[in-house]
Design a protein around this ligand. Structure first.
Ligand code: NAD
Length: 349
């Protein structure tokens, strides 16, 4: 079985104080364990986590926002009951959660809430420390509050040993960059998590933010290689924020390809410059399919039918390349992102 131990599977990611974290090429995105992509069955989630660990995935990412705590609880349960995890020491796993976002419109980046949130996450995940805690979706907040309240609170927890690395996540790349700038004179985050900006639909993370992260020695995680379900044959969940035009282009691409998820993951891993790519999974079958696809991509092996489907898929996606929906406060969005008005216009078409 491909996976752990193979060349290219384990990568070094920059962490706090010049240290590096050894991360698997794909990380386990645990938002589906919180029911974000449909009901999460406990036995299926247990099997998915066990298979992930057995196949060499060592990084798990969750948040109190995913299913309002359900993802953290389910992940904690699955880790506690996994035979593979029981055979490992805690330092062989990289457990990541987040602070600041608690509901679709509920945000709190105050120092007090951050502290309380981290202790709740520790309890749900059954651990005494978290490897990375990200400030979640910071584009919805005043970035000065993020850097002046949440960031120092996380640094305090880092000094106390509850948090090993501090991270930041957002959709707009400029929000991530601005958090680095605003905290630049002091102590910036150790890791950036970008999502939906390095996949078949958009490669702007690799072009614009990653060079800055490398220069500043900040670790990089790329999430949502399947564009939160857009790049799958089953299509996106009903809440997906992409404009109709993007959804239609992805549905056409899926018709031209037997397994769009597998193609999208391969293309992402072949091109992405991030240390770890987070894929959302909730079944052992998805874990197997993704580890196999990742390993083939890293080895440069593409089945012939995938190579043929690749150009057809790229053709279908050409008209929506680089298109991104608005997210959070307008002043925190990238110039290249659609405005809310443009998005409404596209949804009518
Ligand atoms: P994704 O692009 O990884 O897609 C997940 C969807 O694809 C799910 O419906 C999953 O069941 C499905 N899927 C996975 N493997 C498949 C396969 N082989 N075949 C068919 N379908 C497959 O999107 P995501 O889950 O949103 O992103 C991955 C993870 O990254 C999240 O779970 C979360 O941990 C993290 N994330 C963080 C942020 C943030 O911090 N703001 C944003 C997005 C994602």
């Amino acid at each position: 079985m491909a996976g752990g131990g193979d060349p290219g599977w384990v990568r070094s990611m920059q962490g706090a104080d010049g240290a590096t974290l050894q991360v698997s090429a794909i990380g386990f995105g645990a938002s589906p364990l919180g029911g974000v992509f449909g009901p999460a069955d406990t036995a299926e989630c247990e099997a998915a986590v066990e298979r992930g660990v057995a196949r060499g995935i060592n990084l798990f990412d969750t948040s109190p926002f995913y299913g309002e705590g359900k993802s953290e609880q389910m992940l904690g349960h699955c880790l506690a009951t996994s035979p593979s995890v029981q055979a490992m020491s805690r330092d062989q796993l990289i457990l990541c959660s987040k602070v600041g976002r608690y509901g679709p419109t509920e945000f709190d980046f105050s120092g007090e809430r951050v502290r309380h949130s981290v202790f709740t996450s520790l309890e749900r995940l059954g651990t005494s420390y978290l490897d990375i805690v990200h400030m979640h979706d910071v584009e919805f907040a005043d970035l000065r509050e993020v850097t002046q309240s949440a960031l120092p609170a996380l640094h305090q927890l880092q000094r106390e040993g509850y948090v090993r690395n501090v991270g930041v996540s957002a959709l707009p790349l400029s929000a991530l960059s601005n958090v680095l700038h605003l905290s630049g004179g002091g102590h910036p985050p150790d890791v950036c998590l970008s999502y939906c900006r390095s996949n078949l639909l958009d490669q702007s993370f690799d072009r614009t933010l990653q060079p800055e992260l490398q220069r500043r020695r900040v670790g990089s995680i790329n999430a949502s290689p399947l564009a939160m379900g857009l790049l799958t044959n089953a299509g996106p969940p009903p809440w997906h924020p992409a404009p109709t035009k993007m959804k239609q282009a992805c549905a056409r691409a899926a018709e031209r390809c037997g397994n769009l998820a597998s193609l999208a993951l391969r293309a992402c891993l072949a091109r992405s410059s991030a240390s770890c790519t987070l894929v959302g999974m909730r079944t052992a079958q998805e874990v197997d399919a993704n580890v196999d696809a990742a390993y083939e991509a890293l080895s440069g092996k593409w089945p012939t039918e995938m190579q043929q489907a690749f150009s057809a898929v790229e053709q279908e996606l050409a008209e929506v390349q680089g298109m991104t929906w608005p997210s959070g406060l307008r002043e925190n969005n990238d110039d290249s992102m659609l405005t809310a008005e443009q998005e409404q216009e596209l949804c009518k078409q």
